[in-house]
Design a protein. Structure first.
Length: 352
């Protein structure tokens, strides 16, 4: 519920549509290096890894830079190919995650330049990097990351926009549109919280579901993964996130009348394809909860439940589409009597 403030804080002082250079603190000195990079490697764990997957789409789409997103816990034990002109971006809420820290040290030993996107000022990861941008969201109070995700995505979006602007891969018009729309996001998120009761009603219906599937395409694919992770973490319901187009390569076998399927179906360039994925699930009697853009008149007639999110620029979609998924997990967990702040088996920062 803090997110209208924390998303706002993550852009405050950094963003002026009339400014040629976004104010990105220590990173500002590295903008040329970033703009010239042939490759960005992102290392992170859990929710922060999902923010990294969003960043992959952003940097590729806006700045045309090749991006690889690595689980830090795998990367650190491989012998990855890292070159001196690679930029490694480490993302971490706590700034203390042992796997992410080890991945940074490995990349550093191979000569890469390391940037950090962390919530906690002065944390071990922030100190281990060459430069970085704090999210300004503050640490999470609970264990599961929620505001950290949207704050990380906000900061990564600003970095991608600034890089694209420096490279000339986006027009002045797009640059301005994106920054102006970013400033509208906190108010749009606030509006979604006002309609949270609808999500509570859906949560009530699915409180005792045993499984969930989350499907999305493009920028909504990492959001599907994040929705599934939130549900697992705080309600202990088994949930899988998939790219919607992968469904036919396996998970479709799971669909029947007992399977709730959450579709990220906002009005974007994947819309028509998502509509046909929804038809495939409905034909197999899956129970569909669709996250749609407000005013959508097609999908509500096809599915069991609809949750509307405000319209925004496609690039900024994850900042609005993740909110109903966090709320759905939250209400289901509370209805199941779970401790949402301190889920079983989870540590706030995984330091071993
Ligand atoms: C990564 C993370 C969180 C998750 C849980 C365990 O932490 O996987 O995403 O919610 O708290 O740790 P961090 O590196 O982002 O602090």
């Amino acid at each position: 519920f803090e997110q209208p403030r924390s998303i706002g804080d993550s852009m405050r002082g950094r963003l002026r549509a009339d400014d040629v250079h976004l104010q990105l603190g220590g990173l500002s000195n590295y903008m040329d290096k970033l703009a010239e990079a042939e490759r960005i490697v992102i290392v992170a764990c859990g929710t922060s890894w999902h923010a990294g997957l969003v960043a992959e789409y952003l940097f590729e789409e806006l700045a045309r830079i090749n991006v690889e997103v690595e689980y830090a816990s795998e990367f650190r034990y491989r012998n990855p190919v890292i070159k001196e002109n690679d930029i490694v971006i480490a993302i971490s809420q706590s700034g203390e995650t042992a796997d992410t820290l080890a991945a940074i040290e490995l990349a550093k030993s191979k000569g890469a330049t390391i940037f950090g996107v962390c919530n906690v000022v002065g944390s071990s990861i922030a100190r281990a990097t060459h430069a970085g941008a704090y999210t300004h969201a503050g640490p999470e109070i609970g264990v599961a990351s929620t505001k950290a995700f949207t704050a990380q995505v906000t900061v990564l979006t600003l970095i991608a926009i600034a890089t694209a602007k420096r490279k000339g891969t986006i027009s002045e018009e797009t640059y301005r549109q994106l920054l102006i729309e970013l400033e509208n996001i906190p108010a749009k998120v606030e509006k979604m919280f006002e309609n949270a009761d609808k999500i509570k009603e859906i949560a009530f219906i699915f409180t005792y579901a045993r499984n969930f599937i989350y499907l999305g395409r493009g920028l909504n694919f990492p959001v599907a993964l994040e929705g599934a992770l939130k549900l697992k973490e705080i309600s202990y319901i088994h949930a899988e996130g998939y790219p919607a187009a992968e469904m036919k390569h396996g998970p479709i076998a799971l669909i029947d009348e007992d399977m709730p399927v959450v579709f990220l179906a906002t009005r974007d360039s994947s819309y028509e394809k998502i509509v046909s994925n929804i038809q495939e699930v409905k034909a197999r009697k899956g129970r569909v909860i669709a996250i749609v853009t407000e005013g959508d008149t097609l999908i509500p007639g096809m599915v069991d439940f609809v949750i509307e999110v405000p319209n925004t620029h496609e690039i900024l979609t994850p900042l609005v589409s993740v909110i109903p998924l966090q709320l759905l997990s939250y209400y289901i967990a509370v209805m199941r009597g779970r401790n949402v702040d301190q889920p079983r088996n989870l540590a706030k920062s995984v330091t071993v």
